[in-house]
Write a protein that binds this ligand. Structure first.
Ligand SMILES: *Cc1c(COP(=O)(O)O)cnc(C)c1O
Length: 360
């Protein structure tokens, strides 16, 4: 029996995708091999790779000005890879800090430059908001401005993407990419690990504007130098082949769902149901400003925290898994990525209501 998995990552995958991968495990399309066993330069894998690139470009409407790279190293790896590729002759970069992940990004950048915190969403209640452009105080000559558009731990999502003119905007989209349409042209760079909303761990997506490919520092490892990776079509070294294959299956699944507009409508319905359940009760609390509430990661607290273990045990007994909040925040967190069905969220809110009534 499959459970409803609310993990923040690695996270739920569409069952159809897992079944297809299982069917094709031993013999991919008559090749007599598993995708895992194929040469990354062979005709079969090249076709898998090309199709994944094309489908991602189509889904996200990535303009011709931007290259799509499939790398390794994860979101945290990019915290070093981005400055090494983007600083050029600059000595600083600017950071909008909206939660733990962007905090980490700023800290790592300090190894390569003097980072400047342009704005923070931290309040007395923790990270609860995404400061608007009018509140950003940019430095004189930053190499780029960094933003994490969905803070996975604090559940803070940024919906307004400002135009910064000549300054490239770099965004960590790890935990909400493909959850809704995004205007890629507004960004210099988008990056994210695949294990939240794309596929499996081991693959990192970087979408970078062509004119930003020539700013790498000499210390940047060649395997992570975006120009080198782009010129070799993400095959400078062996790419994460199986993870690319799984991502490709997820892209096809998303297209069958009707693309990003259709998946956004479903994600909105899921998020609305869960936030309404929290808001209409004194038993559950979410502290994030309404305008910045994440549609993908919903942290919440029980007003009486002595009931946490009880809540989690009851959830588990119903097959509602991985609801424990991140250790730095506590409480609960339901990650409701694309692959978590509406029925999963319905089962969760039904349980939340029953748990509240039984303890009233
Ligand atoms: C999960 C996550 C990361 C870290 O990704 P790794 O693949 O573990 O390096 C970075 N940023 C965000 C927003 C995330 O959700």
């Amino acid at each position: 029996m499959r459970v409803f998995n609310f993990s923040a990552g690695p996270a739920a995958l569409p069952e159809e995708v897992l079944r297809q991968a299982a069917d094709e495990m031993l013999d991919w399309h008559g090749s007599g091999m598993s995708v895992m066993e194929m040469s990354h330069r062979g005709r079969e894998f090249m076709s898998i790779h090309e199709e994944a690139l094309l489908d991602l470009r189509e889904l996200l409407k990535v303009p011709a000005s931007h290259r799509i790279l499939f790398l390794q190293g994860g979101g945290l790896g990019e915290n070093a890879i981005v400055p090494m590729n983007m600083l050029g002759s600059h000595t600083t970069a600017d950071f909008v800090v909206t939660g733990s992940w962007s905090q980490k990004t700023l800290k790592e950048a300090a190894k390569y430059c003097t980072p400047h915190m342009a704005a923070t969403g931290e309040t007395a209640a923790g990270f609860t908001r995404s400061p608007a452009r009018a509140e950003w105080h940019l430095s004189d000559n930053p190499a780029y401005v960094h933003l994490c558009t969905n803070e996975t731990i604090h559940g803070v999502e940024t919906f307004e993407i400002p135009d910064l003119g000549d300054i490239p905007l770099v965004a960590d989209v790890s935990s909400h990419v493909l959850s809704r349409p995004l205007d890629v042209a507004k960004f210099g760079v988008l990056y994210g690990g695949a294990q939240k909303n794309i596929g499996m761990a081991g693959m990192t997506i970087v979408i970078v504007r062509e004119d930003l490919l020539d700013r790498a520092l000499p210390i940047c490892p060649s395997a992570f130098e975006w120009r080198t990776v782009a010129e070799n079509n993400s095959m400078y070294n062996t790419p994460p082949t199986y993870a690319i294959y799984i991502a490709g299956l997820v892209f096809k699944w998303l297209k069958r769902q009707g693309g990003l507009e259709a998946i956004e409508a479903r994600n909105l319905e899921k998020a609305k149901l869960l936030y309404e359940t929290i808001d209409t009760s004194d038993f559950y609390i979410n502290k994030v400003e309404r305008a910045a509430r994440s549609r993908m990661n919903v942290p919440f607290f029980l007003a009486d925290e002595s009931r946490n273990e009880d809540f989690l045990a009851g959830a588990k007994a119903r097959g509602l898994m991985q609801l424990k909040g991140h250790k730095s925040v506590g409480g609960m967190r339901a990650s409701i990525y694309n692959a978590v069905p509406l029925e999963g969220v319905k089962a969760l809110v039904e349980y939340m209501k029953e748990f509240e009534q039984s303890r009233a």
